[in-house]
Design a protein around this ligand. Structure first.
Ligand SMILES: Cc1ncc(C[n+]2csc(CCOP(=O)(O)OP(=O)(O)O)c2C)c(N)n1
Length: 322
């Protein structure tokens, strides 16, 4: 699939925004001023962006505990996200959700989700709504390799197949669920083989290659939109940081951690591909880099300056009123 210059620039901007958001959060978290836990998505950017670049605002995605990248790729704004992570008033969820619950329903981002395997059933719900209301909408569930083994995930794949729901199950296989290796915990040797069991198309792709993700996601999303039912995409990638900030990663060799940034980086890969093919100039990518760093400075300063949520707000938004 041929991508326009604008689409390429947009993809780069989105991936780079995710990367710099995560780098900044790593730095800010280390100061101790950012409450809770954070699980960083650096290294996995091509998955979120390759998939979400095919979605419109009314399509819905559901994420995991490693959710910042999916939020940004689906169009959530960076500053209210940063405020949310700092727990401040003006955050996307009023500063009451934090990293693992960032959501923006107006952008079709149903939320990060602290429950491993919590996303797929929600994606089926969104897809069922789209099907019943004939909106043409698609739902995407992002799940890790650990989440691929959860009963909720397997039940969701069964339901989606039986009901031919417009849903795409994206499995981001970064090799570990916390410290448990996927090549030990995923029975059958790969996640993609499960597609056949549930009678849906499945592909396994290199998650450091934006173009490969973009192509596979394009096919799956188009199939779902046209009534062709669910698909599975297993994306092989690497996380640059530990499971959460503070994880000493004793289960990975120091070389593996060190080399990942040079050898498995979707941004380096993308930059090389588009400049070698003369599709984009290095200088225009550098300009985007600089702009994004300024954006992160501004978002962090705004978050640090913002007030805490008012105590009177503690119970608002807890229950939905119909
Ligand atoms: C139902 C449930 N069980 C266990 C946990 C604890 N937990 C949080 S993240 C995680 C690992 C998830 O691994 P994976 O799905 O591969 O995602 P990754 O962290 O690699 O992105 C576990 C076991 C949880 N949050 N929810």
């Amino acid at each position: 699939m041929q991508l326009s210059r604008d689409a390429l620039l947009e993809a780069y901007r989105s991936m780079k925004t995710i990367r710099e958001f995560e780098e900044r959060v790593a730095k800010e978290f280390a100061t101790g001023d950012l409450p809770g836990f954070v699980h960083l998505y650096a290294g996995e950017e091509a998955s979120a962006v390759g998939v979400c670049s095919h979605l419109v605002e009314s399509d819905q995605i559901i994420s995991t505990h490693r959710g910042h990248g999916h939020c940004i790729a689906k169009g959530c704004e960076v500053e209210p996200m940063m405020l949310e992570l700092f727990g401040r008033e003006g955050g996307l969820c009023g500063g009451k959700g934090g990293s693992m619950h960032v959501a923006d329903l107006s952008k079709g981002m149903m939320g990060a989700n602290a429950i491993v395997g919590g996303g797929p059933p929600l994606a089926c719900g969104a897809a069922m709504t789209a099907k019943i209301k004939k909106t043409g909408g698609v739902a995407v569930s992002f799940t890790g390799d650990g989440g691929s083994n959860q009963g909720t995930t397997l039940e969701s794949m069964n339901l989606a197949s039986v009901m031919q729901l417009p849903v795409v199950f994206v499995f981001e296989n970064n090799g570990f669920a916390e410290s448990t290796a996927a090549n030990w915990s995923v029975a059958g040797g790969s996640i993609v083989r499960r597609a056949e069991a549930f009678a849906m198309p499945g592909v396994q792709i290199d998650g450091t290659d934006f173009f490969a993700v973009h192509e596979a996601a394009g096919e799956a999303i188009e199939r779902a939109r046209k009534g062709g039912g669910p698909s599975l995409i297993e994306v092989a990638l690497t996380r640059f940081y530990g499971h959460h900030q503070g994880d000493n990663q004793s289960y990975r060799t120091p070389d593996e951690v060190r080399n990942a940034r040079e050898e498995r980086c979707p941004l380096i890969n993308f930059r090389r591909r588009v400049t070698e093919a003369s599709l984009l100039d290095a200088a225009e990518l550098d300009a985007i880099d600089a702009e994004i760093l300024d954006q992160m400075d501004a978002a962090t300063a705004a978050a640090r300056a913002a007030p805490w949520p008012d105590v009177a707000e503690v119970l608002t938004d807890v229950y939905v009123t119909y």
